[in-house]
Design a protein around this ligand. Sequence first.
Ligand SMILES: Cc1cc2nc3c(=O)[nH]c(=O)nc-3n(C[C@H](O)[C@H](O)[C@H](O)COP(=O)(O)OP(=O)(O)OC[C@H]3O[C@@H](n4cnc5c(N)ncnc54)[C@H](O)[C@@H]3O)c2cc1C
Length: 382
Amino acid sequence: MDFALTPEQAQLKESVARFAQSELNQDLPQRDREQAFNRAGWQRCAETGIQGLPVPRRYGGQEADPLTTSAALEGLGYGCRDNGLCFAINAHLWGCVQPILTFGSESQKERFLPRLCSGEWIGALAVSEREAGSDAYSLKTRAARDGDRYLLTGSKMFVTNGPVADLILVFATVDPAKGAHGITGFLVEKGTPGLRAGPTIEKMGLRTVPMGELTLESCAVPVENRIGAEGAGLALFNHAMEWERGFILAGAVGAMQRQLEQCRQHARTRRQFGQPIGAFQLVSSKLVDMQLRLEAARLLLYKVAWLKSHKRPALMEASQAKLFISEAWVQSCQDAMQIHGGYGYLTESEVERDLRDALASRLFSGTSEIQRQVIAHWLGLP
Ligand SMILES: Cc1cc2nc3c(=O)[nH]c(=O)nc-3n(C[C@H](O)[C@H](O)[C@H](O)COP(=O)(O)OP(=O)(O)OC[C@H]3O[C@@H](n4cnc5c(N)ncnc54)[C@H](O)[C@@H]3O)c2cc1C
């Protein structure tokens, strides 16, 4: 068993972290306040190859294996304090790029992947609806075949990147009577008649990534934009969730590393009662717990990456990683705030923003309760 990254992987992680530190953090508190998406930063990330990490070179990507991709995204999360931008990139990668890579036709790959890798296009995934959240298979958006096109009608909620997306993977049903087996995926391009993206919805954290509602009114999607066969949406959804849950928090592992270093520094330099606060065991034990959570989170992430690098299924491991990393991140953010005392509660400290951002990770891509349900299923529980 080899726990080490190769020298090339370690170098990539390091160089992405350095790039992110120097180019992606400017004016962040202001952008957070104004809910401003850093489109220029998005473009710079694309120029360094991040939006095309797992994509073969012939479609404009970097052809990185899953472990290399995780290492790069961890480096991004370490260097980029803008968790919203990291989340935008992850939603694009795992919600749109990866499903096209696995389920898309050759023509769809050629048409869409180069623009998604270059940063020219932003991808999104639209599954959730107002009445279909955790119970995603109960979605109501209809897709009715009409000659060489489908007419999509319905509305989608919580679409990350929705207000700025150029290509959205929309899940709809071709026949509600078929239940989950009627669900089908469609690649809907911005500007398609009948597609309307709502404005950015204000939210507690991850404020720099736009999220909105989508309305589809007899939205005419050509048959060649259907991804996979009619009714194959279930497999597509499960596949997308495996990758998304497995990797969407790679950046959070990097963020936890950065946070730990910041807290360690504070615990060494902040003095109370004539000594550094890190000398108090009630403070140092928080740092120890943060270190343990970080180490376990990274191992769970790398386990998924290793399985996927060996083309093995990782449905349970992906849910384990998602559940553990999200809960660990939230707990470590709370510890970070406690270690910083009242200063951590001030917006200028940038400690409180991480906590607001981290809380979302227990909700998106399946809540913590749903991850537990998935793991219970794999344990053979009824
Ligand atoms: C920041 C953010 C980004 C998102 N991005 C996207 C996106 O890009 N695309 C997209 O399609 N969706 C997205 N979502 C939606 C997300 O997937 C849903 O919010 C999530 O699946 C939960 O659905 P819900 O909000 O409707 O809550 P509900 O399903 O109504 O759940 C409410 C509560 O009930 C619990 N619950 C529900 N069912 C069970 C059960 N069987 N057992 C135990 N507990 C249960 C839940 O865990 C939760 O605590 C995003 C959400 C957030 C917050």
